[in-house]
Write a new protein. Structure first.
Length: 88
């Protein structure tokens, strides 16, 4: 059974970078912070008062995806990784 977690994009902090050793070309670098979504549409599961924060550093073009959704709700689907995807 998969579990859906709903968060909103709370912060996107872009960091300037130059060419970094070992990488082909500079790409966007930044930190993204997601916090639990508790507003309208989330009443069913948010009644348990979720707390916490999901923070990640992203070094790819995906940073612009989060920038475009600043303040918006997103979902994270948590599920088992199939054995064939883990190399086991």
């Amino acid at each position: 059974m998969a579990v859906e977690a709903r968060f909103y994009v709370a912060e996107v902090t872009k960091r300037p970078i130059g060419r970094m050793g070992g990488y082909a070309a500079p790409v966007p670098l930044g930190e993204v912070v997601l916090r639990p979504a508790t507003g309208k549409g989330n009443e069913e599961w948010a009644s348990s008062t979720p707390s916490g924060e999901f923070k990640m550093t992203i070094r790819s073009e995906a940073l612009s995806w989060f920038e475009a959704r600043l303040g918006a709700d997103v979902r994270i689907l948590l599920d088992d990784v199939p054995a064939e995807d883990t190399g086991e």
